[in-house]
Design a protein around this ligand. Structure first.
Ligand code: PMP
Ligand code: GLN
Length: 383
């Protein structure tokens, strides 16, 4: 499993963040905001520490947070999970994913993801012992290739992992694509695991949780996290919801990964989940302005820009500037022009890496002046 070939070496985020720190480059690689989330949420966590919420939280999460997750799902999506049996709190979405894969798949199973795929998926599918199969997302809008998706399912497909809105490509899956995924999951009796950590970060298009589609809820586990919605990526509070038997299986594994998750953060996140619509609309509106600002800068720098409908990320094709290999460029850019980004091929198996060889991902969840500075630096690539 070790190696730099898509195995479990140092993650690309670690590599690029270290490189950015060493060279003093603007870090548009790893996706984390450079401003804190709402002060009232931070204050609630500090109060919790002062008030003694410093020992183990309940294994499945505090009832306050589980109840807040249930209310949030009803308020935004009309879903009504039971906080007692159908929701658990996890140490970020990452643990929810890992525990799910370890609980529900193993050797002999196939787990299907779209490609490019978030790096943790490849790693934890590997740890589970299952075989990782993929179906491509297609340029320019990076929706699933539905023919390839059908061809990628087999009698061994135990699970399809959906990531919507999608990291790294920034697409928000269409209802048509989601409907097809549900149909195929039914036909092959596969579970659906959906990572929706960017659920509130969409621009002018609705986010449709796949669990809301007819026939989906009974076979779907939905994962989300406080990191992106509330700009507290360092808190690592996530959650998982779905049918009680599946949630119980995941919880069994979670017990032995971390047992429980950060006590003082949980009820603070619960408070965040209850914030009024104005907060949620504001997050998406601000981020859309940042998307547009960085996209314009990237276009002026000479890249072909794929405008994302959601997430923190915009992708470009570097080929118009004469670059063929985005990994090589990403390793050179921090030193050369003072900007770090993430090469898309690292999110792919070898065939997909060839298809995406000149694509580069930039994070725009940064202050306006930082994005402006980055755009100026990027303009110097042309020379
Ligand atoms: N899934 C996706 C698609 C992500 O982009 C990330 C990174 N935020 C995660 C999961 C990890 O989330 P967390 O930090 O909550 O573990
Ligand atoms: N999700 C973040 C990204 O895609 C990074 C998370 C990590 O460092 N593993 O940039």
């Amino acid at each position: 499993l070790l190696g730099d070939d898509g195995g479990l070496g140092v993650t690309i985020f670690e590599e690029m963040t270290t490189l950015a720190a060493r060279t003093g480059a603007i870090n548009l690689g790893q996706g984390f905001p450079d401003e804190d989330g709402p002060a009232e949420i931070a204050a609630a966590a500090m109060d919790a520490i002062r008030n003694g919420a410093n020992q183990y939280a309940p294994g499945k999460g505090t009832l306050t947070l589980r109840t807040a997750v249930a209310h949030h799902q009803e308020r935004f999506y009309g879903l009504t999970p039971d906080p007692e049996t159908e929701i658990i709190v996890t140490t970020g979405a990452t643990e929810a994913l890992a525990a799910t894969l370890l609980a529900l798949t193993g050797p002999g199973d196939e787990v299907l993801t779209f490609e490019p795929f978030y790096d943790a998926y490849g790693a934890v599918i590997g740890l589970s012992g299952a075989r990782h199969t993929t179906a491509p997302l297609l340029a320019p809008d990076f929706q699933p290739d539905l023919h390839a998706l059908e061809a990628a399912f087999s009698e061994r497909t135990r699970m399809v992992v959906v990531n919507n809105p999608h990291n790294p490509m920034g697409s928000v899956f269409s209802r048509e694509a989601l409907t097809r995924i549900v149909e195929l999951a039914h036909r092959y009796d596969a579970l659906i695991v959906t990572d929706e950590v960017y659920e509130h970060l969409t621009f002018d298009v609705p986010h449709i949780p796949i669990a809301t589609l007819p026939g989906a809820a009974e076979r779907t586990l939905t994962i989300s996290s406080a990191g992106k919605t509330f700009s507290f990526t360092g808190w690592k509070v996530g959650w998982l919801s779905g049918p009680a038997d599946l949630v119980a299986a995941v919880r069994t594994v979670k017990q032995f990964l971390t047992y429980s998750s950060g006590a003082p953060f949980q009820d603070a996140v619960a408070l965040g989940l209850g914030l009024p619509d104005a907060f949620y609309n504001g997050v998406a509106r601000d981020l859309k302005a940042k998307r547009d600002l960085l996209s314009d800068g990237l276009r002026e720098a000479g890249f072909d820009v794929f405008t994302p409908q959601g997430t923190y990320f915009v992708n470009v094709d570097t080929a118009p500037l004469g670059f063929a290999d985005s990994l090589e460029l990403a390793r050179r850019m921090p030193e050369q022009i003072g900007v770090a980004a993430i090469p898309v091929p690292v999110f792919c198996h070898p065939d997909g890496a060839r298809r995406t060889r000149s694509l580069l991902r930039f994070a725009f969840c940064k202050k306006t002046e930082v994005l402006q500075d980055a755009a100026q630096r990027l303009a110097s690539l042309k020379k």
